[in-house]
Ligand binder design. Structure first.
Ligand SMILES: [Mg+2]
Length: 332
């Protein structure tokens, strides 16, 4: 029973860690890096004038995914993808902080649907709109798909890592055409899944799923993150540096892979605070970090004060995220 309880704790830690990092970083978005030890709190404010403890687009978009995956038996089916696109489009109509790339893609997907005589967009409209945006601008490697991998890892917890990786890449492409975003999502999803299953942090556990040249590049990026600190990756609106900033924060908190540090509250809090102190896209980097460090440390490592404050669209609180995580991880 103990093992099951521990695993449930880590399952809940995925979505609650995501939300805790998101709400912690919300008040510091687009501010410069902070000094080590400078206080960080759930102060609210930021771009969306959020309340203290309120999560932002990162968690809200993940909730839409969690609901769609749960409704489709935990599979990233076409129906689930369409439900996500429609759910995001609905959310974006009233959200104060939709990412630039995501917002453009969702609007273009709705317009493609109308031109095709459909009242509402389907998954293929979003995929086409994401590719069009990439061709038009030459880039689409924003961090907006990496911030929402948490539900994919939970839905694919009991399936082979190859399937989890592929689903993460597929769901990334709903808004982000750039293959780098897909690779980052696949690697992060594999690491969250591994952390829930084993209680261990290993960001390299999905590298073997990439082509050797790509695996080598990502190995270098992971090593650079471990050698640096979050503020070294200040171009963190780009998916690669968001990935590196989040891992840098976790790596430092755990003693740079020495295996010495127990994965407890201190590690979780230090990792999330370090992610925020890295500056710029603070809520997203801390949300990404939170989904992985929360998976490893478990929900019980999140300070009760934070859990009590957490809330956000669509009218949910911490307990609801825990329930959603357990449902996703068990539901197939
Ligand atoms: Mg955000």
């Amino acid at each position: 029973m103990k093992n099951e309880t521990d695993r449930d704790n880590r399952v809940c830690g995925v979505l609650l860690g995501l939300a805790a990092g998101d709400a912690l970083g919300a008040g510091y978005e687009f501010k410069p890096a902070m000094e080590a030890g400078e206080p960080v709190g759930m102060i609210g404010g930021g771009l969306g004038d959020f309340a203290p403890g309120e999560w932002t687009d990162d968690t809200s978009m993940a909730i839409v995914m969690a609901q769609a995956l749960a409704a489709s038996g935990g599979t990233a089916s076409e129906e689930a993808c369409t439900q996500m696109v429609r759910g995001w489009a609905d959310w974006a109509k009233s959200a104060p902080d939709v990412g630039v790339q995501t917002s453009a893609v969702l609007r273009a997907a709705e317009s493609l649907a109308r031109r095709g005589g459909r009242e509402l967009p389907v998954a293929a409209d979003a995929i086409q709109a994401a590719e069009d945006a990439h061709q038009r601008t030459g880039r689409s490697g924003g961090n907006g798909s990496l911030m929402r991998t948490a539900p994919v890892a939970l839905a694919y917890l009991h399936r082979p890592v190859e399937e989890a990786f592929a689903a993460a890449a597929k769901l990334s492409a709903l808004t982000h055409f750039d293959p780098e975003a897909a690779e980052a999502c696949g690697l992060w999803t594999a690491a969250i899944r591994h952390a829930v299953l084993t209680g261990q942090l290993d960001l390299r556990c999905g590298l073997h799923l990439l082509e050797p040249a790509r695996a080598g590049l990502w190995e270098q990026r992971i090593s650079a993150a471990e050698a640096g600190e979050p503020k070294d990756f200040s171009n963190n609106g780009w998916v690669v540096e968001a990935f590196q900033g989040a891992w840098s924060a976790i790596s430092a908190a755990t003693g740079h892979g020495t295996g010495q540090a127990p994965l407890d509250r201190r590690v979780l809090v230090e990792a999330l605070e370090a992610a925020v102190r890295g500056g710029v896209d603070t809520d997203t980097v801390a949300a990404i970090a939170g989904s992985l460090v929360g998976a490893a440390c478990g929900a019980r490592a999140i300070p009760g004060e934070w859990l009590g404050m957490l809330h956000g669209w669509p009218g949910l609180k911490a307990v609801d995220l825990g329930d959603a995580a357990l449902e996703l991880a068990a539901g197939h």
